[in-house]
Design a protein around this ligand. Structure first.
Ligand SMILES: [Zn+2]
Length: 453
């Protein structure tokens, strides 16, 4: 009898953990006592205690998922000691972190328990969950998770899974942690920083291909590589900084120059990538989490409150209200000017932030001139009203970075200008948009007071 049920007990333990302690073994024995065949008993126990199985692949992972099952091969694993929190007697003292991959991608994981496998092994995790950690999706294995080693897996081998997928820059995002790419160096600068007390050289710059640009940082020297070089990167790390992916070249990253013969076959050249970006549709910008160094053009449909002269904390630069900083309390504020305007190009709208230099340019008044207006007028909103009058309806092009948040797309302008393209074309386009088919838009635009003159 024991020989017959042993494999079933093993399977149950693999799937459900310590079956003795949780009383699952007793439940199983009870079914056997009722002459239920072991095979059927096992299935029934799995159904009862295994829950409804939600099986996911790496590509399906998003933030804040709970209670799902996933199978992957361990690409990397390490452990670190966690100092117990004060006042907490017991608790996990070791955290295991690494990378798990299947044929759809790879994900960083962290586990509070030791895993039944090492690099190259395939593990199955039940009751896994995800968390967002430093803007990245992380697979979490907690006390309640059941982890078992899978010996006969059809997942691709380690060597195949460890190759980082070659990506176009526009497809690099928060779910990636390691990628490969072929791109051109558009900007490059060296600086010295202190890393663990040691003076180290860091290279930072901008990479581009035919789809997008992205910032990069190299923690190693890049001999023979300069602005204009086309390089192939393998195993670069993707880090998120202020919601924007950036490519990190580490000592483990392979970087090589793309020779002239191969470069000829590429769909981009340094010249084509280095060209100023052409305005993109706001609709397209809104479809991405973030975009680096892009351009857009549209009409200012509104100037948002909070635009104009503001006061900043001298310590932390936060905007202060009534000489009170959220962090530093009562402070002598430093005057600054900014404009937040909603730009609409007919496909969508986004909020654009113009810092002082640009704000002064598009407003046509310096901070000092705006202050004069503020002091000479009894209305405390004089500058804001003036900004609305001057900017609403203006057609502007902007270049900068976009990121998507709770309230839609926000764009931080690094430059702004009035496009010299044909005004007549735009008027025709606008009239077309104001056609009888789109009455909602008519009222919205006339309400916003668009001035074509
Ligand atoms: Zn402050």
């Amino acid at each position: 009898m024991d020989e017959k049920i042993a494999p079933h007990l093993e399977e149950l333990t693999r799937a459900l953990g310590d079956i003795e302690k949780t009383g699952i073994r007793a439940e199983f024995d009870k079914l056997l006592a009722f002459r239920v065949p072991p095979e059927v008993a096992k299935e029934s126990i799995l159904r009862k205690f295994g829950g409804k199985r939600k099986i996911l692949k790496v590509k399906d992972l998003s933030a804040a998922l709970k209670n799902f099952e996933i199978t992957g091969r361990i690409l990397d694993i390490g452990e670190k000691a966690i100092r117990p929190q004060e006042g907490v007697k017991e608790g996990p003292s070791k955290l295991y972190t690494g990378v798990l991959a299947d044929e759809t991608g790879s994900v960083v994981f962290s586990s509070w328990k030791e895993l039944p496998g090492s690099v190259g092994d395939v593990i199955n995790i039940r009751n896994a969950y995800t968390r967002l950690w430093q803007n990245r999706i992380r697979l979490s294995i907690g006390e309640q998770s059941l982890v078992s080693k899978v010996s006969d897996s059809s997942l691709p081998q380690l060597s195949e899974l460890s190759q980082s997928p070659a990506k176009k820059l526009i497809d690099v995002g928060a779910a990636d942690f390691s990628i490969g790419a072929v791109a051109c160096i558009l900007q490059l600068s060296h600086r010295e920083v202190l890393i663990r007390g040691k003076q180290s050289k860091v290279i930072s710059g901008v990479l581009g291909d035919e789809t997008a640009r992205l910032p990069f940082t190299a923690w190693v020297e890049l001999p023979g590589i300069d602005i204009g070089s086309i390089i192939r990167i393998e195993g670069a790390q993707v880090r998120m900084f202020r919601g924007m992916p950036s490519i990190n070249i580490l000592s483990s990253t392979k970087v090589s120059s793309v020779g002239p013969e191969e470069a000829e076959k590429l769909v981009f050249t340094f010249e084509s990538v280095a060209k100023d970006p052409a305005p993109m549709k706001i609709e397209e910008i809104a479809s991405r989490d973030s975009m680096f160094d892009i351009a857009a053009a549209g009409n200012v449909v509104s100037v948002r409150p909070g635009s104009g002269i503001i006061s900043r904390c001298p310590e932390c630069s936060r905007v202060v209200q009534k000489a009170n900083c959220r962090v530093h309390g009562k402070v002598e504020g430093v005057r600054d000017m900014r404009i937040k305007a909603v730009l609409d190009d007919g496909t969508g709208a986004m909020s654009v932030m113009f810092p002082r230099g640009l704000a002064e340019t598009i407003y046509g008044k310096t901070l000092e001139e705006a202050e004069q207006l503020m002091f000479s007028d009894i209305s405390k909103d004089a500058v804001y009203e003036d900004l609305r009058r001057i900017l609403t309806g203006r057609y502007l092009a902007v270049r900068g970075n976009s990121s998507k948040g709770e309230y839609g797309v926000s764009f931080v302008a690094e430059s702004a200008w009035v496009p010299e393209d044909d005004l007549a074309v735009r008027v025709v386009e606008l009239l077309h948009r104001l056609g009888p088919d789109d009455e909602d838009y008519v009222s919205e635009v006339s309400g916003g007071g668009i001035n074509l003159a």
